[in-house]
Ligand binder design. Structure first.
Ligand code: TRP
Ligand code: SF4
Length: 418
């Protein structure tokens, strides 16, 4: 059976339906009502899926603690394709999340062969962009975080080679460093809960990263001492990898519970209340008490040339520090949903849903829904030519970049300190 996703492949069509049907990713729309404020990227179907986002939405709503973590592989300059995840993190921090960013230099070195110097240089560019977008929170480089590497080793006790083969299609030729970069990412995702205490953790990623999320959820559960289960009329706690006396400690902490050999039954308490107490007991006994991480999955903005957006195709996107003239040229050359002749454009209208310029506006350059609707309307009615539409988009991009660059200059020192 071929694996559903390979996070390191550069050319692949993601089978979204299969991810939903076979791997249990769920739509995000039904949860949006829980949020006090719904950002454009959630309103517009850019984020299409989630795993266990409900606890995050509730934490936002009820102002309870949660972590937000994501990572960037520093294999080149940050560009348009990275902007969405950056904005997702910034938004979750603005909603009360405790932020953590990992620069995946181990992955860039192991999988892409980048030198440590390049990883450092590019990594700081990502951090500068994040801080300029308003990110306030913690950040680290994988290779420089000893506690992370210790956690990766602990996580590695729960993963074997046949799992890596099944999940990622690893082969006998796959280097050990590649496998180590995978387990480092697992540790990244759990790290906020080790550094700052257990709490629900949201990991905003692209759909291609789902294998890492699934593996991490398995590891998080594998490292738990206890399993708490809702049995309808009671809640049951079982010892999994608990040390001697673990289940007795749980029974003592849950007043009114009944202990049987390897498990404890509690009546009259909610699943959540029992889970919280069990988590504390686990921490007292030296365990992690992890919550399984949650994730949101976004779709990918197409490259300006129509195909996949990629650092290896320079004209498919633009970097945040590229010269305005270069950026203008790239936008003017972009593939649109326009018709071959002016007459047809006026008669039939353009096709915004097949247009990279429209996508650029929908993703990033036009957060105002009314304004986006107006772009769409004029396009569909044939009221505007693609040339004019592109010029308007260039103006929006220039305004965005001018402001962004000014902010990047202001926060460069923050990135240098990480
Ligand atoms: N593998 C991710 C990428 O290729 C980078 C990454 C490393 C990451 N650690 C992470 C993403 C933790 C999310 C969470 O971009
Ligand atoms: Fe795209 Fe604008 Fe042309 Fe419509 S008018 S196809 S949105 S460039």
């Amino acid at each position: 059976m071929p694996e559903a996703l390979n996070p390191w492949s550069s050319a692949q069509a993601i089978d979204t339906r299969r991810l939903f049907d076979d791997f249990g990713i769920e739509p995000i729309d039904p949860l949006l009502d829980l949020l006090p404020e719904v950002p454009a990227f959630m309103r517009r179907g850019i984020i299409i899926g989630q795993r266990e986002y409900r606890p995050i939405a509730l934490a936002i709503r009820e102002q309870r603690p949660f972590h937000v973590l994501t990572g960037f592989m520093p294999s080149g300059h940050p560009h348009l394709g990275h902007l969405l995840v950056m904005r997702e993190v910034v938004w979750h921090v603005s909603q009360g999340g405790h932020g953590m960013i990992t620069i995946a230099d181990r992955e860039a070195h192991a999988v892409r062969g980048l030198s440590w110097e390049d990883c450092d240089r590019y990594g700081r560019e990502y951090l500068t962009a994040l801080f300029a977008l308003g990110y306030r929170g913690e950040a680290y480089f994988q290779s420089k975080n000893q506690a992370l590497k210790d956690l990766a080793f602990e996580a590695a006790t729960k993963v074997n080679f046949s799992e890596l083969q099944a999940i990622y299609g690893f082969e006998p030729e796959t280097t050990l460093a590649h496998a180590m970069s995978v387990i480092t990412q697992v540790a990244d995702i759990l790290f906020p809960q080790v550094a700052s205490g257990p709490a629900p953790t949201i990991v905003p990623v692209g759909l291609d990263q789902d294998p890492h999320i699934r593996l991490t959820r398995d590891v998080a559960s594998g490292l738990r001492f206890f399993l708490v289960e809702d049995r309808g009329d009671h809640v049951s706690v079982r010892a999994k990898n608990a040390p001697e006396g673990g289940i007795r400690a749980v029974a003592r902490a849950l007043s009114g519970s009944r202990a049987y050999g390897g498990h404890v039954d509690v009546r009259g308490m909610t699943y959540e209340a029992v889970s919280d107490i069990v988590r504390e007991v686990e921490r007292d006994l030296g365990g992690f008490g992890f919550y399984a991480p949650s994730a949101t999955y976004h779709t990918f903005m197409p490259g300006l040339l129509g195909g996949k957006m990629s650092s290896s195709v320079p004209d498919s996107s633009f970097g945040f520090s590229e010269a305005p003239e270069t950026v203008r040229k790239k936008i003017l050359r972009a593939v649109t949903g326009g018709r071959p002749t002016l007459e047809e454009q006026q008669r039939l209208g353009g096709e915004p849903d097949r247009c990279t310029i429209y996508e650029l506006n929908r993703f990033h350059m036009c957060d105002d829904d009314a304004e986006l609707a107006e772009i769409r309307r004029r396009c569909l009615n044939g009221e505007i030519t693609c040339g004019a539409c592109k010029k308007e988009t260039v103006n929006r991009v220039f305004a965005f970049l001018a402001d962004f660059r000014e902010r990047m200059d202001e926060v460069e020192h923050l990135a240098a300190e990480v």
